[in-house]
Design a protein around this ligand. Sequence first.
Ligand SMILES: Nc1ncnc2c1ncn2[C@@H]1O[C@H](COP(=O)(O)OP(=O)(O)OP(=O)(O)O)[C@@H](O)[C@H]1O
Ligand SMILES: [Mg+2]
Length: 288
Amino acid sequence: MTIITAFCSSGTGKTTLLSHLAYYCALQDIETVLIELDNRNSLGTCCGLPESDFSTSNIFNPKFSGNYKLLPLWEENLKGKARVCQAKREELLATEQFLSSQPLGILRLKQVLQKYPLPQPLILLDSPGQEGIMSSSAILASDYVILSIEPTPKAMNDAIRFVEILLNYEEQYGIEVPQILGIVVGLYNHDISMARSIIEQLPEIADKINTQLFSPIRYSSEFLNSYEVGLPLNVFRPGHEGVKDFYIDGNIFKSMSQKRLRGLNRNHLENLPAIASYIVNLVKQENA
Ligand SMILES: Nc1ncnc2c1ncn2[C@@H]1O[C@H](COP(=O)(O)OP(=O)(O)OP(=O)(O)O)[C@@H](O)[C@H]1O
Ligand SMILES: [Mg+2]
């Protein structure tokens, strides 16, 4: 079981990223579970989920005994190879309060997933962007964290600060903290000079924090539209170039003319690894 979460700042496209990862991994025959740890229930919207009796709070319940009642995700396309557990706002708020009152409440998710492992090889934890009991629970329960950032200077600082958060956890809880899998820039618009400049600077920052830069996910209003109707872009607009940003290395840069690249290093950019293909290989290796 490989557990991955995405973190950094709010609104950087984490839920979009994780739901599309679940879609792609399931299509590649990697059974995947997506668990929502966000009390705003954005997963319900972006995955078009129906109401369910079982929600994330049940997993944290002291009486939980491993009976995960998960819903299929985009069943028509994925045939049950991806499943989800969504949060219910009021219940998750109560769970957050309960966990905050417990001395080691922050480690509860890690302990439950260890005690009652899921049969699926890949677990994706969708947590809120800001620091809090749920994002900390997700980070501490994970093997890997993807730093999901917007192409802004603030996000770069957040990425560096995240390393401090990890070191702090290590010191405070004396447990092994997750490895930073890499940095994914979401909402990338190559026509904005700030975005291009951030993409140029990020490899150095990635190096500094001992990780790598993945290929960015482009900004497209079609991501927004597909989110609102509860479908992955793959189904909403099959053939849309944005879909390939997840699984073709350096995809967004591949079709760019030299003029449009505006002096950026083509060779480097075209070889940035695509996040979804990278994770498929990782999970295959770890579960071989
Ligand atoms: N590549 C993209 N292009 C355009 N819009 C996007 C893209 N990715 C996400 N969005 C939109 O941005 C908004 C925030 O995305 P999302 O919910 O995935 O971010 P998040 O990081 O999970 O946010 P939060 O921190 O609030 O949980 C949504 O409306 C989504 O449709
Ligand atoms: Mg989210």
